[in-house]
Design a protein around this ligand. Structure first.
Ligand code: KG4
Ligand code: ZN
Length: 338
């Protein structure tokens, strides 16, 4: 399928994205974020997201085609995120994909958003099956053993918040700007991680499941104690809270990753995807685990690690070899198991 030109569409959260791939070549990848639209609300507002996707999707697709130098008539297939995600955005993407597939008389593939993330190391680094993937972002946190384009074994994941969500909430609680991940990482550089004794949830429990909501609450309590004593937080207090929280997340991810690696069968690599994988402290911990197992640590470039449509087009290119296209009865699904 190296010659096929595939248009990908992704609109399941707060990025409106389209991409054109020819085999493993990314001819274009356009991602239009909505951060500023949601900034006043402390999180993604589904209704605002849905409206923005509906308004922008056709422009974003046109831009992706233009940047790729591809005419609509030259596309061989369309790939679209069919779920899981915020249903309003997914519906917009699926409707557009159906319309284009029908008008152009080409096959359409509904792709699971998580499969898109999970297959990205094959797009960027040609990683061979089977490999272990840690998906760690604002919305996801799970370990997957990936053995084929449609073959995933879930080894464990968060039982409550995703780590990125926890980074964002903790940043808000200690007065650092959004998105919380980068601002906590920056503050932590000047902080002392051991000043506050924060928990490492579920490390005492066997298996690869994780929990981050209690850690968030513990960080909030530590903050409240300081505020009660001093009437507010100094910059150093912020830095120490950030460093303590980040160290706890990194410890949990590293230890659970060690267990996931031990629990998985043969693997060729340990891979990560998702925005939280940008964190250097977390990366170093995971790298240590990979090297302990004697496999490479693969972190795709950030633009392909976070939400994008190239990963959706690529997943379809692989899945074309194992399954038939979807029909006009393809449904948009808020929940969708891998
Ligand atoms: O993958 P992503 O762009 O979107 C989805 O959640 O699907 O991930 C965004 C999340 C945000 O919660 C953000 O705070 C977090 O990734 N993040 C980080 C860092 N950069 C982004 N978390 C920790 N450290 C970072 N450097
Ligand atoms: Zn995602």
């Amino acid at each position: 399928n190296n010659e096929l030109t595939v248009l990908g569409i992704e609109s399941s959260c707060d990025d409106t994205a389209a991409a054109v791939l020819r085999g493993r070549s990314v001819l274009s990848s356009v991602v239009l974020g909505q951060t500023s639209l949601h900034a006043d609300f402390g999180g993604v507002v589904p209704e605002i997201a849905a409206r923005a996707h509906a308004e922008k999707l056709d422009d974003v697709v046109r831009q992706a085609l233009r940047e790729a130098g591809t005419k609509a008539g030259e596309i061989d297939a369309i790939a679209v995120t069919a779920g899981p995600g915020l249903i309003g955005g997914v519906v917009s993407g699926v409707m557009l994909a159906k319309g284009m597939a029908a008008a152009l008389d080409i096959p359409m593939y509904g792709v699971n958003h998580l499969a898109g993330h999970a297959l990205t190391p094959r797009l960027t680094d040609a990683v061979e099956y089977p490999y272990l993937m840690l998906l760690v972002s604002g919305g996801h946190c799970q370990f997957l053993q990936v053995s084929g384009p449609d073959t995933f074994r879930r080894l464990g994941g968060t039982i409550d918040d995703a780590p990125g969500e926890a980074f964002d909430k903790v940043a808000r609680l200690i007065g650092l700007p959004q998105p919380g991940g980068p601002s906590i990482e920056r503050a932590a550089l000047q902080g002392y991680p051991k000043r506050f004794a924060l928990p490492r949830p579920l490390l005492d429990r066997e298996g690869c499941d994780m929990s981050f909501s209690g850690l968030k609450t513990a960080t909030l309590r530590a903050r409240d104690k300081v505020v009660a004593q001093k009437g507010g937080l100094t910059g150093q207090d912020q830095n120490d809270l950030a460093a303590g929280f980040q160290a706890a997340v990194a410890d949990v991810l590293q230890e659970k990753c060690r267990r996931a690696v031990a629990a998985s069968g043969p693997i060729t690599a340990l891979c990560v995807a998702g925005g939280v994988a940008a964190n250097q402290t977390i990366r170093v911990g995971l790298e240590t685990v990979a090297h302990g197992r004697g496999v490479p640590f693969i972190a795709p470039p950030l633009a392909l690690c976070t939400d994008n449509a190239a990963m959706i087009a690529y997943a379809a290119i692989e899945q074309m070899q194992t399954r038939a296209p979807d029909g006009m009865d393809l449904s948009a699904r808020p929940r969708m198991p891998l």
